[in-house]
Design a protein around this ligand. Sequence first.
Ligand SMILES: Cc1cc2nc3c(=O)[nH]c(=O)nc-3n(C[C@H](O)[C@H](O)[C@H](O)COP(=O)(O)OP(=O)(O)OC[C@H]3O[C@@H](n4cnc5c(N)ncnc54)[C@H](O)[C@@H]3O)c2cc1C
Length: 498
Amino acid sequence: MTVFDVAVIGCGPTGVTLANLLGQYGLTVLVLEREPEIYGLPRAIHFDGEVMRVFETAGLRSQVEAISRPGIKGMHFNNADGQTLLIRAGSASIGPHGCANNHYFHQPDLEGVLRQGLQRHRSVQWHTGHEVRSIEQGCDAVTLEVQPHSGQAYSVQARYVVGCDGARSLVRKVMGSLMLDLGLHQPWLVFDVRLKTEVPDLPDHTVQHCDPQRPMTYCNVTGKRRRWEIMLMPGDDPEHMVQPQTLWSLVSRWVTPAQADIERAAIYTFHSVIAQGWRRDRLMLAGDSAHQTPPFLGQGMCAGIRDAANLAWKLQAVIRGHAGEGLLDTYESERSPHVRAFIDLAVRLGDIIQTTDPQAARQRDEKFKSGGPEIFHLPAPRLGPGVWLGDCAPVAQVFPQPVLADGRLLDAALGPGFAVIGEPAVLAGVSQQTRERWQALQLLTWPATEPVLLAWLQQHGSRAVMLRPDRYIMGLAQASGDLDRLSNLLPQRSAQTV
Ligand SMILES: Cc1cc2nc3c(=O)[nH]c(=O)nc-3n(C[C@H](O)[C@H](O)[C@H](O)COP(=O)(O)OP(=O)(O)OC[C@H]3O[C@@H](n4cnc5c(N)ncnc54)[C@H](O)[C@@H]3O)c2cc1C
């Protein structure tokens, strides 16, 4: 029986991104997806600049740009009187990742582009309408029992299995990982429409209506698509809420049936949970199977894409025998605190948006109104403990992606592996052992002669910076000896192959 390097269970945004990244490394990958078609009910509508950079790494940036639009004005949190209390900043300019900071999209379009991307990789096989029914770990491989929609059940084996199988993950159950409850669980109605005519009064940016009578979110998705997310109040009957008459009455101040068609209406319960244990031997979790966040920051899918970027290079290093299996334990230790920072912020924003006590809402409004709208940016948390060395930021954060003098974006110039950007003298002064390690790993050395890179190093009081394949900063160096110390963290070719 063929043993795949990696089986990815679930071809949602996390699984399909991971498979694209693994395919670029030439690993043999099997993707199994239960549903025959792309899930037609969109959930995510926003992703950030770091996520666009991951799509760029996967070689799909221009295709993703073609089906998305940059978000310029950010997200406004308004009170019941329409006064803006808080703004998540937007920007018309290029952000630190070499693209816009925020992007809006229709989820089935994005998943279509990412699935098309898989066709570029001969080592990747993917099957839709194939449900994984059972999972058994052996010493050398994991055996999956798969039931296709039509046809006979069959078995397949893979060295590693990543459960990108969503909130009700089978892989998580088999691993026995429990979910830590972070406190927020609230049903919301999601109502998507397609405009038939221009409705000039509809804002072109996201608005959180923090109205204690009925909290709501309005979003301009892409093209003619608009969305309202509407909080269910005590006593609301879910069946009544999704009736067309109810839906139109809920949004009647903005749009009428003469101006738009209903695309869908569904009720979701927003959760805030994080798994305890993202890896058990050859099984791992990524995306919603590992964590779920209320969507007030538009970050649930983004977290899954970041999981994929973190895990892909580590799986490649272990499977190719460049690193021991212990490297895979840094996946949870790095990613879990990072995603937790986003969930905690989303829960705090949820407390602001979901206030239904009129007096508490008045107090909230007073607090914000005293200083005018408060502006905040998406956080850029540091990774938890793992493959990096350094006491403070920017170490363990993502390195920016400037445009170089020759017009290329930095990542295109650096390629897919580890890299060191530094003053030529510092690069030249490393030990013979470091040099050999760099050669073995095909680590790229990039003399920091470009003004933009020199300025970054100066700003951070350093003379060189070591970057991981996911472009997180592994460490800073002021001298060649610092690079020698950092290089001890690099995957070692001599590591035992698993
Ligand atoms: C209303 C709403 C709005 C949101 N807005 C945003 C937003 O703007 N931005 C953002 O970043 N996030 C947002 N999110 C969150 C985002 O939708 C999810 O985090 C994201 O879809 C998770 O992707 P995933 O691939 O991890 O899981 P899923 O999309 O759930 O995919 C899991 C896949 O696994 C398959 N599967 C499951 N079990 C098996 C099995 N046994 N065998 C084979 N296949 C299996 C399923 O069929 C499914 O296709 C929102 C969520 C909601 C509910």
